[in-house]
Design a protein around this ligand. Structure first.
Ligand SMILES: N[C@@H](CCC(=O)N[C@@H](CS)C(=O)NCC(=O)O)C(=O)O
Length: 215
């Protein structure tokens, strides 16, 4: 049977899926997608993922899953012993709600403005405004995540697919010097204590920075 094939870019949203893959432990092959070079637009990649986005996970039977939600739900189902998603229906649904918010709102509405302002305007002065708006939005969006972390620790008592998603956005905030609200900061630190996160950050080239990024 073929291995899983994981299409990723270090330091991108695929970091969250990379963490979940390490938590689950399957053998998988890594394919680096160089976004700056435009690999995501190549004909070969578009055949797998017509949206031209990462992550993509190709399953053993050749099925390509092409977004964070579907891949993380597949991993949670395929490795039930890892308890990445609660057995309780309402907690499951709430986990999916939060994950969706992180990926589509914090990332999709907020960070996308900061990292890809050129998609919003071709005019440099306007791009600066779009980035500033992105920073304001991300700060607002994190306030809601901070409320969800009221009890401290992980979002839903134990580590879940939503924590992996929240982590990559927290890492981005730290990376661009955007202050995290206190509970998100604690959640970020907690995530950095996990062996899978340590391994992934090292493999993705942030090993030398680990002491710095723990702050
Ligand atoms: N909703 C998508 C978002 C994925 C996404 O936007 N990924 C970014 C990288 S973090 C990307 O592929 N960008 C490609 C581009 O900007 O051309 C998902 O859940 O996977």
């Amino acid at each position: 049977m073929a291995n899983l094939r994981f299409y990723m870019t270090p330091g991108s949203c695929t970091t969250g899926i990379h963490i979940l893959l390490e938590e689950c432990g399957p053998v998988f092959e890594v394919y680096l997608v160089n976004l700056m070079a435009g690999d995501q637009h190549s004909a070969d990649y578009r055949r797998l993922n017509p949206k031209g986005t990462i992550p993509t996970l190709v399953l053993e039977d050749g099925t390509a899953l092409t977004d964070f939600l579907s891949i993380s739900l597949w991993l949670a189902q395929a490795y039930p012993q890892k308890s990445l998603l609660s057995d309780d229906l309402i907690t499951r649904l709430k986990t999916i709600e939060v994950l969706n918010y992180v990926v589509n709102t914090i990332h999709g509405q907020g960070f996308t403005r900061i990292f890809t302002a050129e998609k919003y305007s071709e005019i440099p002065a306007e791009q600066e405004r779009v980035q500033a708006q992105g920073r304001t939005l991300v700060s607002e969006y994190f306030m809601l995540a901070d409320e969800w972390l009221e009890g401290g620790g992980y979002l839903f008592g134990q580590f879940s697919i939503a924590d992996a998603a929240l982590f990559y956005t927290e890492f981005w905030a730290k990376h661009i010097g955007l202050p995290l609200p206190s509970r998100c900061q604690e959640h970020y630190r907690l995530m950095l204590t996990r062996a899978s996160v340590d391994q992934v950050m090292t493999e993705e080239g942030y090993g030398k920075m680990l002491s710095e990024i723990r702050r």
